[in-house]
Design a protein around this ligand. Structure first.
Ligand code: NAP
Length: 497
């Protein structure tokens, strides 16, 4: 905010308010925290729930979070802003969130905005684990919200795919027929066995438990100012804090990264399907704007925002890959590519596995054998297995497409002032995919692989070398096949006729 300019409605709303956020160590949570601190400089205290992890207490984890490059711009503009953030130790899987009595009292007495983004985003988490984090975790947040007399808004982050069993996804909570208590009553073993029957037409436990959490909000949050934001596939930042910023390899990013390195050459999915990628900054902006809006306009139904690009500005997986390759070929090739990057799509899982077996598994096996015999490190087969396991879970999403209703975002934009629309932009219809994806691919080089995007000479030379090696290998293979297989067969055929 310009020091002299008048605060906007949204900035006014967040001014001096005390917030409670979950999930701030995650991809989206960090972006949300950064945007709140940068664009609402007069915000009050932001209390963030962080669990102790790997021997690090919440305070030291918060300091590590602040070392992320996503905060560089904020630190240069307003270094004192980070002092507004207060770590609250806790864990959404524990009773009462595992928060101390004192912290709970502090939160209930001061907080007026809650944003719940923490979740397990692992698609195939065992059902009871996913239920405990995504459903019961939300129940525990809801329980806390009920104790907050000052609460004016509660934004719950769900997913656009919580109803992916429907072709047309409305901006409404779709009733679930499964009762979470029935799953709680099952033994771990039975729950695993019964998972396919329980999740029904949903593809995994993630989408299933996210949908149950939405149902819970409708059932038990009637008196609260709740709104739900459902992002589709969150991709790199479009504009802020830096174009192309990305620090998570989930989803499309992992495919772009692995194929950019020449490791993945065949993806399971349909190149002609719409890839509903929504930029990180747009998602954070919508969450902040929706939080403001629910405090102004209470409605009987919980407002739900499908936070997507497909309805207004669709792009296909094939195009995303074309633009990625363009960036890596022309401007910022990745260091140490294993092959010249290329990517094809196969809807059939059988073909996907067959192609990867021939084109990646066998070379990995050969590389590991050579390494083993030479006393070196054997690592390619493990990397291959991890790669295949991580992309195969996207098959369902990359081979189907959905029609997402998105009129609530449009309506919200009509209510926002021009200044707010400018600061908390969500106008994805103005996104130009080619430049967005090219920045995204550059962002992968910079923030995922931590390579210098301005020093690309070596990378370029290696990519060219790989190109010619592959061409020569192809020619040699064709000549061997011709000499020892095709020609003898033709000869045999002709001599028998
Ligand atoms: N990324 C996407 O493409 C996408 C798309 C649609 C919707 N979403 C939704 O957006 C939200 C954020 O996703 P993300 O991509 O940022 O995920 P992420 O990077 O995996 O972050 C998940 C966050 O949740 C926290 N968390 C998990 N279990 C917790 C627990 N038991 N107690 C406290 N905190 C816990 C994690 O903390 P730790 O660091 O302690 O693990 C982390 O901060 C989720 O609700 C997700 O469903 C994401």
């Amino acid at each position: 905010m310009d020091e002299k300019s008048q605060p906007t409605d949204i900035q006014n709303y967040y001014q001096d308010r005390s917030l409670f956020l979950t999930g701030v160590s995650g991809f989206l949570g960090k972006a949300l925290l950064e945007k709140l601190l940068r664009s609402c400089p007069k915000i009050g205290t932001i209390n963030v729930l962080i669990r102790p992890k790997s021997g690090f207490d919440p305070g030291s984890r918060l300091r590590t979070i602040f070392q992320s490059p996503i905060f560089d711009l904020l630190k240069s503009q307003n270094p004192g802003a980070l002092n507004k953030v207060r770590a609250i130790g806790g864990d959404i899987t524990l009773p009462h969130l595992g928060i101390s009595e004192d912290d709970r009292r502090h939160l209930t007495e001061t907080v007026s905005v809650v944003i719940h983004s923490a979740a397990s985003v692992k698609f195939n988490e065992p059902i009871k684990v996913a239920l405990n984090i995504n459903y019961h975790g939300t129940a525990r947040i809801l329980e806390l919200c009920h104790e907050m007399p000052l609460l004016t808004s509660f934004v719950h982050v769900s997913t656009a795919y919580s109803n992916c069993d429907l072709e047309h996804v409305p901006e409404k909570i779709v009733p679930s027929t499964v009762r979470p208590e029935d799953i709680d009553a099952l033994s771990d073993e039975d729950a695993v066995k019964l998972t396919p029957a329980l999740i029904g037409d949903k593809p995994n436990t993630y989408t299933f438990t996210k949908s149950l959490a939405e149902n819970l909000l409708r059932k038990e949050g009637a008196q609260l100012p709740i709104t739900i934001v459902r992002p589709s596939i969150i991709g790199a930042a479009w504009q802020e804090p830096q174009p192309g910023y990305v620090d998570s390899t989930c989803g499309v990013t992992g495919v772009m990264a692995a194929s950019g390195k020449g490791f993945l050459t065949c993806m399971c999915g349909d190149g002609a399907s719409v890839a509903d990628v929504i930029p990180l900054d747009v998602t954070a902006n919508l969450i902040i704007a929706a939080g403001y809006d629910i405090a102004q306009t209470r409605s009987l139904d919980i407002p739900v925002y499908n936070c997507c690009t497909g309805p207004v500005n669709p792009v296909t997986y094939g195009k995303i890959w074309d633009y990625t390759l363009e960036q890596y070929e022309e401007a910022t090739p990745l260091n140490g590519v294993l092959r010249y990057p290329s990517l094809t799509f196969r809807v059939s899982l059988l073909r996907f596995h067959l192609i990867n077996f021939l084109c990646t598994f066998l070379p990995c096996l050969a590389a590991d054998t050579v390494a083993y015999l030479g006393g070196g490190k054997v690592k390619m087969m493990r990397a291959y297995r991890r790669l295949i396991n991580s992309v195969v879970v996207y098959h369902y999403f990359a081979s189907n497409q959905w029609s997402f209703e998105s009129s609530n975002l449009e309506r919200l934009n009509q209510r926002l002032s021009p200044a707010d629309k400018n600061i908390f932009f969500t106008n994805v219809n103005e996104m130009e995919w080619r430049s967005y994806i090219r920045n995204y691919a550059r962002g992968i080089k910079t923030w995922i692989f931590k390579e210098d995007a301005n020093d690309v000479e070596e990378a370029r030379k290696r990519m060219l070398r790989m190109y010619w090696i592959q061409k020569v290998l192809l020619m040699v293979t064709i000549s061997i096949l011709w000499s020892y297989a095709v020609r003898p067969l033709m000869f045999l055929f002709v001599s028998h006729v």
